[in-house]
Design a binder for this molecule. Structure first.
Ligand code: PGA
Length: 223
């Protein structure tokens, strides 16, 4: 299973150093399927047993992009795994055009991409989930061999309640019609529900349940 943690804006440089050391000690050998998307101020140097990923980047090598993180800055930390399309960044105004530019740039760089999609509660309740998800994937290069799609229903993220198996299975079946790559589920995944989606998806994108390194290690032990 691929186990990805999005630390969001949790952890400082100091606290992530401890997180990194504890996780590295536990893993003991390279595990590229354990991925941690780190706040950019806490990126660490050196060889790690897990994959260090970036939560965000601007699709440029460098330049006049105030406050953004560019490729040169990721490359300094040997980061070649990125998150694109998380609902919290979409909510800040990242639209399909920008997301497409980011994916195109990541493909030029040959980076690994975890691309997030997912519908709102209103959309889900209106029975329009598949239509909406189709609008989010139609511009994606689904054959890119370093693309992983994370299905994260927005109504589940941060709620403490994962989506229903049947609802996720319907979306997975829809995605599988045209997409053969890796597929993650995200949305309130924790130790008590992590078994539920086994066999349906290839892994998880975990938020709050991965902020504490001890809790993340317990999740890794289960998989
Ligand atoms: P959550 O976050 O596990 O806290 O719901 C998941 C995510 O936002 O990727």
């Amino acid at each position: 299973m691929k186990l990805c943690v999005n630390l969001k804006s949790n952890h400082t440089r100091t606290s992530f150093k401890k997180y990194k050391e504890t996780l590295d000690d536990f893993l003991q050998k390279p595990c590229e399927n354990i991925q941690v998307f780190v706040p950019s101020n806490a990126f660490c140097e050196g060889v790690l047993h897990f994959t260090q990923g970036a939560q965000n980047f601007y699709p440029a090598q460098n330049g006049a992009f105030t406050g953004e993180i560019t490729a040169a800055q990721l490359e300094e930390f040997s980061i070649n795994t990125v998150l694109i399309g998380h609902s919290e960044r979409r909510a800040l105004g990242e639209d399909e055009d920008l997301l497409k530019k980011k994916l195109d740039f990541a493909m030029e760089k040959n980076w690994n991409v975890v691309f997030c999609i997912g519908e709102s509660k209103e959309c889900f309740k209106a029975g329009k989930s598949l239509e909406y998800i189709n609008s989010q994937i139609k511009q994606l290069e689904l054959s890119y061999n370093k693309l992983v799609i994370a299905y994260e229903p927005i109504y589940s993220i941060g709620s403490g309640i994962a989506a229903n198996y049947e609802d996720v299975a319907r979306v997975v079946a829809f995605l599988r019609q045209g997409y053969k790559g890796g597929l993650l589920y995200g949305g309130s995944v924790n130790l008590s529900n992590i078994e539920v989606f086994k066999g349906l998806v290839d892994g998880y994108l975990i938020g709050s349940a991965g902020v504490d390194v001890g809790a993340f290690i317990e999740i890794i032990k289960r998989n």
